[in-house]
Structures are given as structure tokens and as C-alpha cells.
Write a protein that binds this ligand. Structure first.
Ligand code: MN
Length: 190
């Protein structure tokens, strides 16, 4: 059981400019790790030939793993695109499908792409500073940087949630977020 006397760390501190959070476990994803996420395969290979840039990082803070505990993570997505599709995270469902999550925008301009696992219904929701997004259970979620600077955000979910990347890797998100004259647009995957 977690309690005040046995939880570490009780406090962490992030730098909103760099997205660096002290005291967490850093996970980095480069472009080559995101094979299959972008719809334009030729653009993906072209972009990869120019290098293998860092696309995003997540610093995970997991103070305890009990029934009532919480995990949180600071995500930083770099600005960029593959063809007309913005840099994005892999996206996942929670292994414990009932687990919801709250995302809080800190700096930069982005959106979240949500997809109901059962119905396939897709939504694009803004993730800018002061936006708080509730991601219900049974909902695949992916974060997209639609701006010119790093997108920094915080996500908080039950410790038991777990990450299921495989399901969305196999079926892929039904919609993509692309650049257009009127800003980011949600369209069905071509
Ligand atoms: Mn999640």
C-alpha cells in the first residue's frame, strides 16, 4: 500500500521551455521508431533518408503501482512533418481498457486524436496551454504537434492502466491529422 512515508518522489519539477522533468524515466522515440504511423510511406522514407530525428520524448514518473495509485508523464513532441502529416506519438490503448487519462497542455500548439476502439468514432481535440482533455477508457489516443515549437503536455492516468501499442499498430488510427490552408484538419486515412 502506498502512503506518505513510502512514496518517492512526492515532487518533481519540469522546465516548460525544454520539457525536461527531473526524477523520471526518459523514453525517446525517433522517426525510425514510428514506421507505419504515417500514411505517406514515400514521404516517410524520404524524411528518414535525411536523418533520423528525435520526434518525441516522454518522461514517466511512476511513484507506486498499487490499485489506487497514479502515474504521470511529461510529453514533448518536436515540430515537424512527414509529407503533410504532422509529427505525432505512436498512440495507444490502455491494457486495462477501463482506465481513463487526463492530458494538460503546457506549451506549444497541438491536438489529440481520439478513437473509440469499439465504434471507430474519431475526434480531434485541441491541446494548447490551459487545455485539459479527458480521454475516456476504451479510447485510443495519439498526440500531434501542429505548431512551430515543441509541444509540451502532461498526462495522468491510473498506475494500473498499462500501454497497449500493438492493437493500434496492427489496425492503425482510422483518421490522420494533416496540414491545410485552414489549419490542422482531421481526415479519413487515405
Ligand atoms: Mn495513455
Amino acid at each position: 500500500m502506498s502512503s506518505l512515508s513510502n512514496i518517492e518522489p512526492l515532487t518533481t519539477r519540469y522546465d516548460p521551455a525544454t520539457g525536461i522533468l527531473s526524477g523520471g524515466r526518459l523514453i525517446e522515440r525517433r522517426l525510425a521508431d514510428l514506421r507505419g504511423c504515417f500514411h505517406d510511406l514515400a514521404a516517410f522514407e524520404r524524411t528518414l533518408e535525411q536523418g533520423n530525428p528525435l520526434v518525441y520524448s516522454v518522461t514517466a514518473v511512476e511513484p507506486a503501482d498499487g490499485e489506487g495509485d497514479l502515474h504521470y508523464g511529461l510529453g514533448v513532441i518536436q515540430p515537424g512533418a512527414v509529407g503533410i502529416e504532422y509529427f505525432l506519438t505512436k498512440g495507444h490503448l490502455h491494457t486495462w481498457r477501463d482506465a481513463a487519462e487526463v492530458y494538460i497542455g503546457i506549451t506549444g500548439e497541438g491536438v489529440m486524436l481520439l478513437e473509440d476502439e469499439a465504434t471507430g468514432e474519431a475526434r480531434m481535440l485541441g491541446l494548447r496551454p490551459h487545455d485539459v482533455v479527458y480521454v475516456p477508457g476504451h479510447t485510443a489516443h495519439r498526440t500531434v504537434n501542429t505548431g512551430q515549437e515543441p509541444l509540451v503536455y502532461l498526462g495522468v492516468c491510473p498506475a494500473r492502466a498499462g500501454h497497449d501499442y500493438g492493437t493500434m499498430q496492427r489496425r492503425n488510427f482510422s483518421h490522420v491529422v494533416i496540414k491545410s490552408d485552414v489549419g490542422p484538419q482531421l481526415v479519413r486515412r487515405p
